[in-house]
Design a protein around this ligand. Structure first.
Ligand SMILES: [Zn+2]
Length: 120
């Protein structure tokens, strides 16, 4: 068994598992139920994981994974916050300045957190 991927989003892990299945690569998921433990563990420690059952298929699985994820990365273009007009980099889903998401919906509790975690 080899771990080939982990992602914050359990739906993404489920999707990737299905993709692997279409290529005849058997995978299992782990930690899908650990999301609720976030906060007590380092965040990446409790992300859902995707494991390849056959070790010798791991490199092929990684290649498929790369191709599958590539289009997703390229669509992450910068976007304009409708709340404050700030230009936001594509990898962020919320405005670091005012806490609005791409749809312009403000999440009050996230404002401080968002500005802290996005300003490095
Ligand atoms: Zn904003």
């Amino acid at each position: 068994m080899k771990r080939i991927h982990s992602a914050k989003d359990p739906l993404m892990i489920g999707h990737l598992k299905n993709v692997m299945a279409t290529f005849g690569i058997k995978c299992v998921t782990r930690k899908l139920d650990l999301i609720s433990a976030a906060g007590q563990l380092p965040p990446t420690e409790c992300w859902p994981e995707l494991w390849v059952v056959d070790d010798d298929k791991a490199s092929r699985a990684r290649a498929i994974l790369k191709k599958t994820l590539a289009p997703l990365a390229s669509v992450k273009k910068p976007w304009m916050c409708s709340g404050c007009g700030e230009k936001i980099e594509g990898q962020f889903s919320e405005c670091w300045n005012c806490g609005c998401d791409r749809a312009g919906v403000k999440s009050p509790g996230m404002i401080k957190l968002a500005s802290l975690s996005h300003r490095r």
